[in-house]
Design a protein around this ligand. Structure first.
Ligand code: GLO
Ligand code: MG
Length: 344
């Protein structure tokens, strides 16, 4: 498979057993080792981690034990010819984070979130990836009056600064999302994430991760979110997927809902040479109906979709496009793009 210099990643959570809020698992869970053995055959190069994907039960372990277990995972990756892309502290499942993590109203919960994130940084160091992703799952409200958005912004900034000081090498990519699990999240868009990063003590080490479904849920265009972040050299990772309208976060296969929207994401990434900057992450989930032995096709489809769209993006008739832009004939431009996507 020609990959045009791109590398691809996904997280162990992207091969999953199909549980949803209304029903239990419908496929057997695979172990981490079983999942690792699927990466290469599906065409992937790198693994995205939550801290506890790498080191399960880390809350019960001492920092030195956590590092030791992370080193064992690194050897496991090496055995499969894989690398780690990032580590994300999972700050949304523990009872301490019920009312938020860095922005909880409870100081003990905030302290827990910082300690847990430091352990995630240790794991990132041992996995030699140097990148931490912050998906700020529970930083927001169900009840507007229960918190103060300005105070929360400063608490988030303080958390980022604490981590930058704790690990002098680590880079942090903030993954915005407007809702779910919260009603309203504090860092809903790329603009919010970038604004926070630019205020940090070492802004060079704070960037963003753009997830297509999250941008769509915010009513925004993922390609424009990508282009905006890349204009400032801040897009360090992506979670490409798709989303059918404003409903729960679907994590559909990339391009499965809106082909043109997917095309434009690839077009902007490719025009800005993303293959030299980061790894293409696919945060996709198999739909619940997929039988167990066929439950990796969403990953295959997404990587193939990305590569086919790279071809389509590169084979556009750029000269004609320039002429149409000069003539302001955007209806003809519309038709050129649609015809190209339809294979003519
Ligand atoms: C959920 C997010 C989630 C994160 C992952 C890494 O909506 O997309 O999957 O990307 O936990 O932080
Ligand atoms: Mg994501």
């Amino acid at each position: 498979m020609e990959k045009y210099g791109y590398r691809f990643s996904f997280g162990p959570w992207n091969i999953h057993a199909g549980a949803d809020p209304f029903g239990p698992e419908v496929r057997p869970s695979l172990t981490f080792a079983q999942k690792l053995s699927l990466y290469k055959e599906l065409g992937f190069d790198a693994v995205q981690f939550h801290d506890d994907d790498a080191v399960p039960d880390l809350n019960d372990l001492a920092p030195a034990q956590i590092r030791e277990r992370a080193r064992a995972v690194r050897r496991q990756l090496q055995d499969h010819g894989l690398v780690a892309e990032f580590v994300a502290p999972r700050l949304w499942e523990h009872p301490m984070t019920i009312d938020g993590a860095y922005t909880s109203n409870d100081a003990k919960a905030r302290a827990y979130a910082i300690e847990r994130s430091k352990r995630a940084a240790d794991i990132a160091q041992e996995l030699a990836c140097g990148l931490m992703v912050l998906w700020l799952a529970r930083e927001g409200t169900y009840m507007r009056e229960s918190k103060d958005v300005g105070r929360a912004a400063h608490q988030l900034l303080a958390a980022v600064n604490t981590l930058l000081t704790y690990d002098k090498e680590i880079r942090i990519a903030i993954e915005p999302k407007p809702n779910e699990p919260m009603d309203l999240a504090y860092i809903p868009t790329m603009g919010h994430a970038l604004a926070l990063g630019f205020q940090a003590d070492d802004p060079k080490r704070v960037g963003v991760l753009m997830e297509s479904a999250h941008s769509i849920l915010a009513g925004l265009d993922p390609a424009d979110e990508i282009g905006f972040a890349m204009a400032f050299g801040k897009l360090w990772s992506v979670h490409l997927n798709d989303q059918n309208g404003l409903k729960f976060d679907q994590d559909r296969s990339f391009g499965a809902v809106d082909l043109r929207r997917a095309f434009n994401q690839v077009r902007v990434l490719d025009a800005n040479r993303f293959w030299e900057i980061g790894i293409v992450g696919l945060d996709v989930k198999a739909i619940r109906t997929q039988p167990a032995e066929l439950a990796t096709k969403h990953l295959r489809n997404s990587i193939q979709m990305f590569l086919r769209l790279v071809e389509l993006s590169r084979s556009l008739d750029h000269q004609t496009i320039q002429q149409l832009i000069a003539a302001r004939d955007y209806e003809e431009l519309d038709w050129l793009i649609l015809s190209h996507l339809m294979g003519k």
